[in-house]
Ligand binder design. Sequence first.
Ligand code: NAP
Ligand code: GCO
Length: 264
Amino acid sequence: MCDMFSLKGKIALVTGASYGIGYAIASAYAKAGATIVFNDINEELVNKGLAAYKNDGIEAHGYVCDVTDEAAVTEMIAKIESEVGTVDILVNNAGIIKRIPMCEMSASDFRKVIDVDLNAPFIMAKSVIPGMLKKGHGKIINICSMMSELGRETVSAYAAAKGGLKMLTKNIASEFGEANIQCNGIGPGYIATPQTAPLREKQADGSRHPFDAFIIAKTPAARWGTPEDLMGPAIFLASDASNFVNGHILYVDGGILAYIGKQP
Ligand code: NAP
Ligand code: GCO
C-alpha cells in the first residue's frame, strides 16, 4: 500500500529550493526515495542549500540558474540530464512577491513578478516535458497560492501571476494527460517563511502584527502553516498514488478557503 507513495528511482527537480517551502518539499522527496536536484538564483543560495541538505543527510545536486532566463534553463536541463538523469518530477516553487498598492506599482515591477511567478513555470515545464514524453511519464507540480483564488490589497501582480499559474496547470494537464503526464498545483495558505516574515513582525509593544492576527482569525486551524505541512501533499502529487489526479489545485491552507472568517 505504502509503495504507491514511494519515489524510489525518481529524479525530482525543485526550483528555488535552498530554503523555505521548496527545501521542505525536496527534503520530503529525498525521504520518499527520490534523487534531489534543485536550483537557485545565485551561488551563495545554492551553497547554503547544499550545506543544509548535507546536514540533513541528503546528497542533493544544486545548480545556479535564473528560471526566467530560457537559455539558462535549457542549459541547466541539459546538464541535469547528462550529470544526473532525466527529470521525472518538476516542482515550480521559485517565486517572488512585491507588496505595492496597485496605482503606485510600476509596469516594470508588475512584469517582473509575472516573469518569475508565471512565465518561468512555463519555461521550466516546457524544458522538462520532452524528457518526460520520452520516459512515458512525468509529474509537474506548480506552487500556487491563496491568491490563485482570492485578491487582497497590494498584491495585484502576484494574484494575477498565481491565478494564471492555476490555469497554466490545467492547460498542461489537458495537453499532456494523454502522454501520462500529470500536472497539478499546491495552493499553500499562509506559511511561516522568510517571504511572509514582514507580515508576522512583532509590534514595538510586543503584540502581534495586525496582519498576523488577521490571518489567525481567517484560518480555521488558527495558526500559520509551516513548510512541513506541505510535505505530505507534495509527496502525494509526485507519486503513483495520484496517477489519475490531473489539473487539480490542492489547497493546503488550514481551511482558509472554506471559511467566512471569525464571527464578531
Ligand atoms: P521564497 O522567498 O518565495 O523562496 C523562493 C526561492 O526562489 C528563493 O530562494 C528565491 O531566491 C528563489 N528565486 C526567486 N527568483 C528566482 C529566479 N528568477 N530564479 C531562481 N530562483 C529564484 O520562499 P517561500 O515562501 O518558500 O515560497 C516558495 C513558493 O511558495 C513561492 O512560489 C511562493 O509564492 C509560494 N507561496 C508561499 C506562501 C507563503 O506563505 N510563504 C504561500 C503560498 C505560496 P531569493 O531568496 O533571492 O528571492
Ligand atoms: C501576502 C502573502 C501571500 C502568500 C501566499 C498565500 O502578502 O498576501 O505573501 O500572498 O504568502 O501566497 O497563499
